[in-house]
Design a protein around this ligand. Structure first.
Ligand code: F6P
Length: 365
């Protein structure tokens, strides 16, 4: 076998954690170590560890037996090394975070940096590539909002968790003739609520991409009641926005959200439905359960596929790319092509038609 282009690489996990991170770490590390005899430097807590030089050589025992383990053995953070104000402050304290990364990359004698993360992580990865570092990205997030890949690992585990929660709400909603509102994660894109809402038989699905009107929601719920269905399930993405608020300038929306920070969107919608329709409503905010626990079998498979594909890129010296899934094929995308882009639910997405065909309301009619 010809000599590997990569002798030693660093690996870090960055951004919100999710099931599948350890499966991906295992995929990269086992393939790189066993197939290509590479050295693997585990970097703690995302880019924060690379800034601080908090890194260690991983032994095979470190990445064995972690396929089914939730979370990340490396820890994570939402550190953004190139964020302006932080950099200015750090430069006044002696050095910029990004310079510290370049120094530690050299000090650790890395040939490449493998990053597992979401949009913010890949934006930083692209900037590091422009600074001359070799970087490879693996797309991770429960939101599935990374451009360039059909799906990210973590997403289907969250869909399974959210669907199971919605299933459980049906029986208690039916017993009490209540409207059960469940708020799911997904602050910029509504993929998780769309998938789990359909899979869980949600009667109303509210996503950031389709501004809703409370009147439309209440008409739908009252019509269901008239037809004898006196209970309903309303699935709300945390980033859903009313028609009224969607017409506000972004700065006003941010201010309004800040003032309402303790009142989640789910709380506000449950309150508005109760007041406008007179129907008894209750709220469940599923929160961090969607990011916890063991990965689904699908995510174990996807994360392992992504990880082993990254090891092959390391061997061939194909840097500056993100691993992606297109259909059933593992492909790669240039970091420049995905950085800064958000994958939202298109208005004409086939799943929106599918949901409407079974009578689901999106709050827009
Ligand atoms: O980006 C994934 C995500 O889970 C979002 O869906 C959610 O809004 C956010 O992370 C929560 O961020 P944090 O973990 O910093 O509270």
């Amino acid at each position: 076998m010809k000599k590997s282009a990569t002798r030693t690489f660093g690996i870090l996990t960055s951004g919100g954690d999710c099931p599948g991170l350890n499966a991906a770490i295992r995929g990269v590390a086992k393939a790189a170590n066993q197939k290509y005899d590479m050295n693997i430097i585990g970097i703690s807590e995302g880019y924060r560890g690379l800034i601080a030089g908090d890194a260690r050589l991983l032994k095979p025992s470190d990445f064995s037996g972690i396929l089914t383990q939730g979370g990340t053995i490396l820890g994570t953070s939402r550190e953004k090394p190139f964020k302006e104000e932080d950099n200015l402050r750090d430069s006044q304290m002696g050095r910029k975070k990004s310079d510290a990364i370049l120094e530690n990359y050299k000090k650790l004698q890395l040939d490449c940096l493998v990053v597992l993360g979401g949009n913010g992580t890949h934006k930083t990865a692209c900037l590091l590539k422009q600074e001359g570092l070799n970087v490879i990205g693996l797309p991770k997030t429960i939101d599935n909002d990374i451009w360039g890949t059909d799906v990210t690992f973590g997403f289907h585990s969250a869909v399974d968790i959210a669907t199971e929660a919605i299933d459980r709400l049906h029986s208690t909603a039916h017993s009490h003739n209540r409207v059960m509102v469940i708020e799911l994660m997904g602050h910029k894109a509504g993929w998780l609520s769309l998938y789990a809402g359909i899979a869980g038989g949600g009667d109303v699905i509210l996503i950031p991409e389709i501004p809703y009107s409370t009147d439309s929601i209440c008409r739908h719920l009252l019509n269901r009641a008239r037809l004898g269905k006196r209970f309903s399930i309303v699935v709300v993405a945390e980033g859903a926005v009313s028609r009224k608020d969607s017409s506000l300038p972004k700065s006003d929306r941010k201010k309004k959200k800040k003032n309402n920070d303790d009142l989640t969107i789910g709380y506000r919608i449950a309150k508005e439905i109760g007041e406008s329709s007179g129907m008894e409503t209750r709220l469940t905010v599923l929160g961090y359960q969607q990011r916890g626990g063991t990965p689904s079998p699908y995510d174990r498979l996807l994360a392992t596929m992504f990880g082993t594909a990254a090891a092959d890129l390391l061997y061939r010296g194909e840097y500056g790319k993100m691993i992606a899934l297109e259909g059933t094929r593992i492909v790669t995308k240039q970091l420049e092509d995905i950085s800064g882009r958000l994958k939202q639910v298109p208005a004409d997405h086939h799943l929106i038609d599918t949901a409407r065909s079974v009578g689901t309301c999106f709050g827009d009619e």
